[in-house]
Design a protein around this ligand. Structure first.
Ligand code: ZN
Length: 297
């Protein structure tokens, strides 16, 4: 879904120049939830590792895709998702560093708890071992094995740093999945509440040229602040059923703010990529109105 920051010439459509600031309360709540889920994830994964000798966060697909780390990083950062679900506001600027800290920090937490466990098991012997030297030993003594099929490989030595880097990346990408979901939502420019999708209208034409002509019409109306007129023009263009040779389509989506009632119309041209259609970034145009907009199929 396109994002509100792609907005074109906001001044010309009578919009506020700067979006409303994020809510400090929502950001703090999400941060607290994120901290809680990363702590819980870290403790749970550490417990499973020491109790069952199974490090879920180290599971990979084909030895290279860190699926366990991705899911763990995602679970660690899920508190941010929950926080912003409870209090649906635009996340503040600190979301990205927060989410990354929660996901990658969880990996560090697992290692630190394991370090404490090993130290306790070694008794007096462990007193001289620092966390860093423990990390080094544990990275270099990494082994790989095919789930229950083969015995563990010899230790990887310095190559273990590569598998560990892949693991860190997996945790980070898990957190980024939560981040990109929250960023892709549409938020009200006026009050920063998350907007609700009211409807979506898709149009295909037999000839691509016809769609481009209609697009010029619709975007001109949007830029002039005539949202109802733009929707009327879009409704009148082409058909909602796809033609066999359609390589481009236009989509008009309408969002409504639950708080201030403001309606936002988003127009975009889309091209197919595999099974899905993707918006052309330069074609995205947004306009806002305080009158409610209806959208037919
Ligand atoms: Zn609003």
């Amino acid at each position: 879904m396109a994002q509100i920051r792609s907005e074109q010439s906001p001044a010309s459509i009578g919009d506020l120049k700067r979006p409303a600031p994020s809510s400090l309360f929502a950001d703090s709540l999400a941060c607290a939830c994120g901290l809680l889920t990363s702590l819980l994830t870290g403790v749970l994964l550490w417990f499973v590792t020491v109790k069952f000798h199974f490090a879920f966060h180290k599971v990979t697909l084909w030895f290279i895709v860190p699926i366990g780390a991705f899911l763990s990083g995602w679970a660690a950062a899920s508190g941010y998702y929950l926080g912003y679900q409870m209090y649906q506001r635009r996340p503040g600027r600190l979301l990205l560093p927060n989410v990354l800290a929660a996901s990658v920090g969880t990996l560090l937490l697992i290692h630190y708890l394991t370090y404490l466990t090993v130290r306790a098991a070694l008794g007096k012997l462990g007193d001289t071992m620092s966390f860093l030297s423990f990390l080094d030993i544990s990275v270099r003594s990494t082994t790989v094995r095919l789930m229950g099929l083969t015995p563990p490989s010899p230790t990887l030595g310095h190559f273990g740093y590569i598998t560990t880097a892949i693991e860190v990346l997996g945790f980070a990408v898990g957190g980024l999945a939560v981040y990109s979901y929250l960023r892709s939502e549409v938020y009200c420019v006026r009050c920063s509440w998350r907007m609700k999708l009211k409807g979506k209208q898709v149009r295909y034409t037999k000839q691509s040229e016809d769609l481009l002509v209609a697009t010029a019409d619709v975007t001109a109306a949007l830029k002039a602040g005539n949202v109802a007129g733009a929707i009327e023009r879009h409704t009148a263009c082409g058909s909602f059923a796809r033609f066999p040779n359609s390589i481009i389509r236009s989509v008009c989506s309408v969002y409504a703010c639950r708080h201030c009632g403001r309606n936002t119309a988003e127009f975009a041209l889309q091209r197919p990529q595999g099974e899905q259609w993707h918006s052309l970034r330069e074609s995205i145009t947004l306009a806002h109105t305080d009158s409610p907009i209806g959208l037919s199929r």
